[in-house]
Structure formats: structure tokens, C-alpha cells
Design a protein. Structure first.
Length: 258
């Protein structure tokens, strides 16, 4: 074999080897690309951030709180308004407590036990009125022990939620009205119902009363006043009975109606 032929064969071997190297290198670069044509980027090795951190046991916040049904968005929560507490207002007690000392009330006792002509104090009237039953208020307190004593004095009490209210009264004697009385069985009178009033023509009266008397006159009591001062004239044959009231300054005369 000649030397020149040998050199040509090595040159071809070298050329073929170079071509194969270029081809293989191109294939390697092609496989390094993504399917979308981009280049794969190696982010490097995984980073170890250390062991898991234990934040402690779960905290029990208590049972779930039921806040009621869902409210419509934007609407205010309802406000609970408690029902007002009411108590019955005692109008009778208020009427007793509102009575003014010095005023005069057109009231009287009916003769049936401790019954008065009104269930509560009526509106006051003039103390110069001709009402058959008329009393002047001398005191308003809580006990009959605070009231005056003597003929024509009495009291009217009411027990309410706040306790007892007592009106102290003194009779205003007016002529020509009638009162209840008890007879003594001998044509006389044993007692007078000084707090009562009655129709002068009444056909029946409550027990223990059995007689009706009319107030014939009311005088400023003279010295040594007695029933004799009630006689109208020397010809007056009517029977009379009398009372000294207002600390004996007033003489009240009674007789039978007719």
C-alpha cells in the first residue's frame, strides 16, 4: 500500500468522526428544550427548611355560641325591650290623700255600720253650704288617734297599698236636715247619730236607730245653754233635744219632723 493512499483514508475517518460529533451534540441540545420550545431551568437542589415546628396543643375556645338565625344582610339586629311593669293605681287611696285640711265635704254616715254615703271623698263644697250632711276636714293622717274628740267629731279611714289614711272630720251643723236617733222607750231620746243624715220622710231606718229627728236651729250658745233655749215661743209645744258642740260654743236643737 502506498503512503498517499493511507493518508487519504485517515482524513476521511477524521471527517466522518467530526460530522458524527456535531450531529450527536445537536441532538443533545434538542432534548434539553421543553416541549413548548423553552429551556428547562434547573432550580438547584431541594432546600431543607428544618424540622416541623410544634406550636403547642389545640386551644379549646368553648362550645359554639348560637347567635340565632342568620339575619338579612344590612338589617339591624332586633333590640329586646322588656315589658313595662305595671301596678294597679289606687284611685281611692289617692282621693283620701288629696283631701285638703279646712275643706268641707258633703258626706255623712248612713247608719248601716261604718258605711259612709260615698265610697271615696267627693269634691269639696263651700263650708256655708246647706247640704244636709257636711263635715269640715280638721286633719289628714294615718290614725284616728290624731283626730279631735267630743260631740260632732269623727273620722273616715281607708286602708290602701301605702297603709291607712285617716281624714279627721267635724260636723258642720245645718238647720232643716234630719239625723237618726235611738229612743229611750219613754218618749225620749237615748242617743243621737251625730254623724248621720237621713231623709226626713224615711219610712224605715237602719238598726239600732228607730227615730228620725230634724235640726230645728243652730245658735251661738248662750250662758247656761240648755234645751229650754230651743223653744221658739211660749206657745211652742214641740219636744226638743239639744247638743252643745264646738267646745260648747254652739247650741244645736232637734225636734220631731212634722
Amino acid at each position: 500500500m502506498s503512503t498517499s493512499g493511507t493518508h487519504r483514508r485517515w482524513r476521511w475517518v477524521c471527517v466522518v468522526g467530526l460530522v458524527l460529533a456535531v450531529v450527536l451534540s445537536g441532538c443533545g441540545r434538542k432534548h434539553d428544550r421543553d416541549s413548548d420550545g423553552g429551556v428547562n431551568i434547573d432550580a438547584g437542589p431541594n432546600i431543607d427548611v428544618g424540622p416541623d415546628i410544634d406550636v403547642g396543643p389545640d386551644i379549646d375556645l368553648g362550645p359554639d355560641i348560637n347567635v340565632g338565625p342568620d339575619e338579612e344582610a344590612g338589617s339591624p339586629s332586633p333590640v329586646h325591650v322588656p315589658e313595662p311593669t305595671t301596678s294597679a293605681f289606687d284611685t281611692t287611696e289617692e282621693a283620701f290623700r288629696s283631701v285638703e285640711v279646712g275643706s268641707c265635704l258633703p258626706v255623712y254616715m248612713t247608719g248601716y255600720g261604718n258605711e259612709w254615703s260615698h265610697s271615696e271623698p267627693p269634691a269639696p263644697v263651700s263650708c256655708g253650704s246647706s247640704y244636709g250632711g257636711l263635715f269640715q276636714v280638721t286633719h289628714v293622717g294615718s290614725s284616728s288617734g290624731e283626730c279631735g274628740t267630743g260631740t260632732g267629731h269623727t273620722w273616715w279611714s281607708y286602708s290602701g297599698a301605702s297603709g291607712e289614711t285617716t281624714i279627721c272630720l267635724e260636723r258642720v251643723w245645718v238647720p232643716r236636715y234630719c239625723v237618726l236617733a235611738e229612743s229611750d222607750g219613754n218618749g225620749g231620746v237615748s242617743s243621737l247619730g251625730t254623724s248621720t243624715a237621713v231623709d226626713c220622710d224615711a219610712d224605715s231606718v237602719p238598726q239600732p236607730y228607730d227615730t228620725v229627728l230634724v235640726v230645728s236651729a243652730v245658735y251661738a250658745a248662750p250662758a247656761n245653754a240648755s234645751t229650754d233655749h230651743c223653744v221658739q215661743s211660749e206657745y211652742d209645744a214641740n219636744p226638743y233635744w239639744s247638743l252643745l258642740v264646738n267646745e260648747d260654743s254652739t247650741l244645736v236643737c232637734f225636734t220631731t219632723p212634722g
